[in-house]
Design a binder for this molecule. Structure first.
Ligand SMILES: Cc1cc2nc3c(=O)[nH]c(=O)nc-3n(C[C@H](O)[C@H](O)[C@H](O)COP(=O)(O)OP(=O)(O)OC[C@H]3O[C@@H](n4cnc5c(N)ncnc54)[C@H](O)[C@@H]3O)c2cc1C
Length: 408
């Protein structure tokens, strides 16, 4: 990071914006950095199986995500660990056929191409994907896809999309959708525009896309027909740990910058570091970041030791906590930097814009909170039910022999 990423960070961010286009997945400045990282084995660090990646646990990889999150736009790309490719590679490893792995996974692992994930639609609520409208119908051995997507991040310069589409509209809501692999040079795939996000529309983009009679072979179905939701969930568990640990790395760098500025900037007869308001910013940020880090590593550890399903509650919690902590810390760091913080002369403003998405993408805060609360409420209901059951059993028994025990 110190030798290769930070020194070129600002230049690389500009190059990503300016140079990436169809056929150019990465800008020139990153080509050598990526080759270097690959040579050193700092590559595909996210994949937990040794055949394809580094073989690290989620907990171990989380530590590396924190480091990469210190430069959240450049570093994940440098190490071939950037979303949405990471999630796409994971589901191709788990659900791809041999043919799909050779055509789509191998070049992603090698870093020759990028990919995108195409689920959200402008017309319906992305928080509730049972409402998806994009359809795929089988005709003459091909899937014919028609629909409208947006926020297909990274579509500009990508080689293919994994599209989540409705294949079985009459099935129960959670088995209506499937995943289909769509090469982007398909004539039925139209990249309408990079949606401008907080004034930014450069680079790989968050793209609006139209599928119009977009035909792909039947064999491009990824996983089982109707398994779209299951595969989407598979993708999101580890992805959330990665996002959260990167957010913590970003927040950690913001604290460092805030302290450096507070120590060096004088105002009203002394350094900003002596002002209690600023000390409160720093102390609060330190407490929040350390709490968020421990909670995230706990979720990763739970996933490694008890499985994704058991870790669901912790994963939902960190998704809310880390996304909010990083925004609060960045906001304080910007405040301490004054007008410099608002400018693009430091990475702070760019990181703020980049990180704001975390409170919305992969499930908005409110949806995660709803789910967290529901699980707690269910647990309480089960406890009450069990207690009532015990009470009934005890009173049956009491009727026969042991009244004292029933009372206890
Ligand atoms: C920068 C960025 C990148 C993205 N990248 C991708 C990508 O690569 N691929 C992709 O498919 N999608 C992507 N998305 C889309 C993202 O997944 C959706 O924005 C998200 O799922 C929310 O859907 P929506 O935008 O339709 O908001 P809506 O579903 O319309 O929700 C709007 C708001 O309503 C509130 N809300 C919703 N449900 C509830 C509830 N049950 N209780 C209380 N409040 C509620 C929340 O405040 C929520 O923010 C990206 C989004 C952003 C911002």
């Amino acid at each position: 990071m110190e030798e290769h990423c930070y020194p070129v960070e600002a230049e690389a961010i500009r190059a990503i914006d300016d140079e990436v286009k169809p056929g150019v997945p990465y800008p020139e400045i990153l080509v050598e950095i990526r080759a270097n990282a690959k040579d050193q084995g700092l590559w595909n660090l996210f994949l937990p199986d040794k055949e394809h990646g580094a073989g690290l646990t989620n907990w171990e990889y989380g530590i590396l995500c924190e480091q990469m999150g210190r430069s959240p736009i450049v570093a994940p790309m440098a190490f071939n660990c950037a979303a949405p490719d990471t999630g796409n590679m994971e589901i191709l490893v788990d659900h791809g056929t041999d043919e799909q792995k050779e055509r789509f996974l191998r070049p992603l692992l090698e870093g020759e191409i990028r990919s995108c994930f195409s689920m959200t639609e402008p017309e319906v609520s992305g928080s509730d994907p049972t409402t998806l409208q994009t359809r795929a119908e089988l005709a003459g051995g091909e899937w014919v896809i028609n629909g409208h997507k947006w926020f297909t991040s990274g579509a500009n310069g990508a080689d293919f999309a994994i599209a989540m589409v409705v294949t079985d509209p009459d099935a129960p809501p959670y088995t209506r959708a499937s995943m289909i692999l769509v090469p982007i040079d398909n004539p039925g795939f139209e990249l309408v525009r990079n949606v401008s996000v907080m004034g930014h529309d450069g680079g790989p983009g968050h793209c609006e896309v139209r599928y119009t009679d977009c035909r792909v072979p039947e064999s491009n179905l990824l996983g089982e027909r109707g398994a779209g939701f299951v595969i989407a969930q598979d993708r999101l568990g580890p992805g959330r740990i990665h996002h959260c640990m990167r957010a913590i790395g970003t927040a950690e760098r913001a604290i460092e910058m805030m302290c450096e500025r507070a120590n060096s900037r004088e105002s009203f007869g002394g350094p900003l570091a002596d002002k209690q308001f600023v000390q409160d910013f720093i102390a609060t940020s330190r407490m929040e970041v350390d709490q968020a880090r421990l909670l995230t590593l706990y979720a990763a550890w739970q996933m490694d030791t008890e499985g994704k399903r058991r870790a669901r509650q912790a994963i939902s919690m960190i998704k809310v906590v880390a996304a909010n902590v990083v925004m609060d810390v960045l906001d304080r760091a910007i405040q301490v930097h004054g007008s410099l913080g608002m400018s693009d002369d430091t990475p702070l403003a760019g990181m703020w814009r980049f990180m704001r998405m975390l409170r919305v993408a992969d499930g908005p805060d409110e949806v995660h909170k709803m789910v967290i609360a529901r699980r707690e409420l269910n647990r309480a209901a089960k406890r009450a039910e069990a207690a009532a059951g015990e009470g009934e059993e005890s009173s049956d028994a009491a009727g026969q022999a042991e009244p004292a025990k029933a009372a206890s």
